[in-house]
Write a protein that binds this ligand. Structure first.
Ligand SMILES: *Cc1c(COP(=O)(O)O)cnc(C)c1O
Length: 487
């Protein structure tokens, strides 16, 4: 074999880049469901590279081989498309990243890219860390970031402990995120980004993203949004001006519950007061090629394909779970043992109107079931049980069909008591400002028939009337259905 020379590979890369660009352009003309089903995996790619496999293959390989040293040199210099080594990239990861970039960018004219990570927490870390560098010309400068205090428990710990406490990077907490003036009052010249979770887990805090993103940009700052609870089927922050979206892929996106994963999706040419043009030009690709290459928080190819498989029916599933959640919410809000029910879909929720501006079932106007834009508010709701902490635990312990787990977005209904689980580490004070009392149960309604979820809630709430219920006995935990004993 004679050497082909590096130029041979650069030319081929150019042709391939053009082909891919054209493919993406065509894909962008398709509806959300089509993108979710096909993503960036084309018939041509299947036939040319993947033995005609109609489903995206799982590339369980650490690394990629090269035809010769010229190709290797061009690849490792990032001059041609390559995946090199699965800590950096991998074809299976690429299929997931491609589809998530398209889905988050859907409906907007923004150009988006995505880097997938090993978890939602790794995604949040990746999304914010590049902005937290201290200007070498200003040693000792105390930098800060402005972020909603109603965030996922893990995010609270990452911000409060890993950044604020350990590294002296101030987390300026937005207590009432729907109050625009509060955001403005916290920003100064040492602020590096604005961050908000919406709807928040479990409190369902919500803010007017369009306005907050404008404020961010007026201060030359990026707007980062954790949109895990809604997923791109119900809300796409980039369309409203956000620069970066983080997803815990583990949740709404990977509903089957097969694994943990995360993603950072960013618009190209984002705004930031950090002097780093390469980072701003294509944030997600910058992360992938440099910081994440060096820090190593990538998703595994297996989890990427499992997630990809769940994403295909995202729109239909989020619609179904939203409708089920609404029905369960209506039941709970009428129940005598329930003190308060919080669901953004309820007309009397103080943030209902604001949420309705953002939470719309994508493409419902093209769905013959609806033929118009319909609001959908997702699978996450919460309720507070009358009678305090113990009454709440009694009801929770009586669930027969709703799973007790610190999880959400599942195809099965799952509930937790956040104050003693997901949000226990942040302490009483932290829970107080985030409004997470001991009698609050977070319930994420799955795809079961809602009447059966309601029946389970009904029988478990009946313990407060003194009804005895069947519980599973630990001695017989391997015995399946026969392990039920009367308490
Ligand atoms: C679960 C969750 C995360 C963290 O994701 P992991 O995949 O568990 O690391 C971040 N944000 C929200 C809103 C979550 O629910």
């Amino acid at each position: 074999m004679t050497a082909k020379g590096k130029q041979f590979y650069l030319d081929a890369a150019q042709r391939s880049a053009e082909w891919h660009k054209d493919y993406i352009r065509k894909m962008k003309q398709c509806r959300f469901d089509t993108i979710a089903v096909h993503g960036v995996y084309s018939m041509q790619e299947s036939l040319d590279f993947n033995q005609g496999s109609i489903i995206e293959p799982m590339y369980m390989s650490t690394s990629q081989t090269y035809r010769d040293s010229d190709e290797m040199e061009a690849a490792l210099g990032y001059e041609i498309p390559t995946w090199c080594y699965s800590r950096i990239a991998n074809p299976s990861m690429f299929y997931l990243e491609g589809v998530l970039a398209l889905l988050e960018g859907y409906g907007s004219d923004a150009d988006t890219s995505c880097v997938a990570t090993s978890s939602g927490m790794a995604a949040i870390h990746s999304a914010v860390e590049e902005f937290l560098v201290v200007d070498p010309k200003k040693p000792g400068q105390k930098i800060n970031f402005v972020a909603t205090c109603q965030v996922y428990g893990g995010t609270f710990q990452q911000f409060a402990i890993r950044k604020d406490q350990e590294r002296n990077i101030e987390w300026r907490k937005v207590i009432n995120s729907h109050d625009i003036d509060e955001w403005v009052s916290l920003i100064d010249e040492n602020t590096r980004f604005l961050y908000g979770e919406m709807p928040s887990n479990p409190g369902q805090a919500f803010f007017d993203l369009e306005k907050v993103a404008q404020i961010a940009h007026a201060h030359n700052l990026p707007m980062i949004v954790d949109a895990t609870v809604a997923s791109p089927a119900l809300m796409r922050p980039i369309e409203w001006g956000a620069d970066i979206v983080v997803q815990s892929v583990t949740k709404s996106l990977m509903t089957s519950g097969f694994g943990i994963g995360g993603a950072v999706i960013a618009r190209k040419n984002l705004i930031s007061n950090i002097d780093n043009d390469e980072m701003k030009a294509d944030f997600a690709m910058y992360l992938k090629a440099l910081p994440n290459r060096d820090n190593g928080p990538n998703i595994s190819p297996m989890n990427a394909i499992l997630a990809l498989n769940d994403v295909r029916l995202l729109r239909t599933r989020m619609d179904l779970c939203s409708r089920n959640t609404m029905k369960v919410t209506e039941f709970l809000s009428r129940h005598k043992h329930i003190e308060q029910v919080d669901y953004l879909g309820m007309k009397d929720h103080p943030l209902h109107e604001l949420a309705s501006k953002y939470m719309v079932l994508v493409d419902s106007e093209y769905d013959e079931l609806y033929n118009e834009k319909v609001n959908r508010y997702g699978h996450l709701m919460s309720f507070r049980v009358k009678g305090g902490a113990q009454a709440t635990r009694d009801v929770f312990d009586a669930f027969q069909r709703i799973w007790r787990a610190t999880d959400l977005g599942r195809i099965k209904s799952v509930a937790t008591i956040p104050a003693i689980s997901t949000h226990s580490q942040q302490g009483e004070e932290g829970r107080k400002i985030s409004d997470i009392p001991l009698n609050l149960v977070r319930l994420c309604v799955g795809a079961e028939h809602p009447d059966d979820v309601i029946a389970d809630l009904e029988q478990s709430l009946a313990v407060l009337d003194g009804k005895k219920i069947y519980v599973s006995s630990p001695e017989f935990s391997a015995g399946g259905a026969s392990s039920a004993t009367l308490r």
